[in-house]
Design a protein around this ligand. Structure first.
Ligand SMILES: Cc1cc2nc3c(=O)[nH]c(=O)nc-3n(C[C@H](O)[C@H](O)[C@H](O)COP(=O)(O)OP(=O)(O)OC[C@H]3O[C@@H](n4cnc5c(N)ncnc54)[C@H](O)[C@@H]3O)c2cc1C
Length: 318
């Protein structure tokens, strides 16, 4: 019995979701009496994952830097076949959103997507996921093996690394013939952490009134606490922020430790993307704004005065 964790990396550097998942898997494995293993696609220091509890690291060789759905699904299937896990955990990343439903269909098993917590119950894993735009929570238990779950970033705390090394097991893999041709790969202009993995986010709403204001108020406020800038759809539609910054039902789903909503009303479609944030701070001139019903801390204030003041104070904290 093994809990297998997909350890995603970028150019050989493991994402923090890899250690978050391995830490949680170790905790669950202890209560289930199972082992933890990691799955690594491509070139990355797989043995290092032992520091977060992986006994073995199954490494599929190949170049996965230009994402190809068919190739990634086949590589995941090869890794899962080699490890033979009872459960397979991944981050709810783009890879998971695109590749996992196909893998699940291929393996004929069940899938709990975007869970925000996992527990061991009756010898199996149970995942809890928000449904109906986060208005309700649903427990998912999968009767087939391997039980596959994708987990939102920041759902679990970062474990402290130990000194152990994982035994690296090379997985033989022949990539299928690619059915897609990669024409071009464009990097996002921003160097900030991807919103869906960010642990701090500062989002601006329509009320910032212009792109210049967004760049002069929201971006530096975010920078002052190492946060990733985000935006409401109204802000994006008005052209104040790029589309990849949009949080919500038709934007990104985020799960940060801190979400600061600056001049955002808190429409249901916005809440759908951010209501699982651990701490929500809202700045709004309207004390009746719906966002305040979900905020941990609320500031009834004009963003043009409050945001720069907060930024100044945050910068002094260092
Ligand atoms: C199918 C569908 C999908 C959608 N998907 C999304 C989505 O993914 N993400 C999303 O965000 N929205 C989405 N929307 C749109 C959503 O319904 C709202 O229209 C949008 O979230 C509103 O953005 P906002 O809060 O910036 O603007 P508004 O609703 O206009 O709110 C602006 C807020 O700023 C406050 N304010 C004004 N001036 C100041 C000031 N000087 N200082 C401080 N506060 C001030 C106001 O009191 C108000 O609360 C979707 C809608 C539909 C129909």
């Amino acid at each position: 019995m093994t809990i297998l964790v997909l350890a995603e990396h970028e150019n050989g550097v493991f994402k923090k979701t890899a250690s978050e998942l391995l830490g949680k898997a170790s905790e669950l494995a202890a209560s289930l009496g199972t082992d933890v293993a990691a799955l690594v696609l491509g070139d990355a220091p797989a043995a290092d994952l032992g520091a977060f509890g992986a006994k073995k690291a199954y490494q599929v060789s190949g170049d996965f830097s230009s994402y190809q759905t068919d190739v990634v699904v086949a590589a995941l299937a090869a890794g899962v076949a080699a490890a033979g896990p009872t459960a397979f955990l991944t981050s709810a990343s783009y890879l998971a959103k695109d590749a996992l439903p196909r893998l699940v269909a291929k393996l004929g098993t069940g899938f709990g997507s975007e869970v925000t917590s996992l527990r061991a119950e009756g010898g199996a894993l149970v995942g809890r996921r928000p449904v109906f735009s986060g208005k309700a929570l649903c427990d998912v238990k999968i009767s087939k093996s391997p039980a596959i779950f994708s987990v939102r970033a920041n759902s679990f705390s970062q474990p402290n690394p130990g000194g152990a090394k994982a035994e690296v097991v090379a997985v033989a893999f022949t990539a299928p013939t690619e059915r897609l041709t990669l024409v071009e790969r464009k990097k996002p202009e921003t160097t900030a952490v991807d919103l869906s993995e960010a642990s701090r986010i500062v989002s601006g709403g329509r009320s910032v009134k212009s792109k210049e204001n967004y760049d002069a108020i929201i971006v530096p406020l975010a920078k002052s606490i190492g946060a990733t800038p985000g935006a409401s759809r109204a802000c994006v539609d008005a052209g104040y922020a790029p589309h990849e910054f949009q949080v919500g039902q038709t934007g990104k789903t985020v799960n940060p430790n801190l979400y600061i909503a600056v001049g955002i009303s808190g429409a249901i479609q916005h809440l759908a993307g951010m209501r699982t944030s651990k701490v929500i701070v809202a700045i709004n001139t309207d004390p009746g704004a719906p966002i305040f019903e979900h905020a941990t801390y609320g500031l009834v204030a004009d963003l043009f005065a409050a945001a720069p003041e907060l930024q100044k104070r945050f910068e002094k904290l260092d």
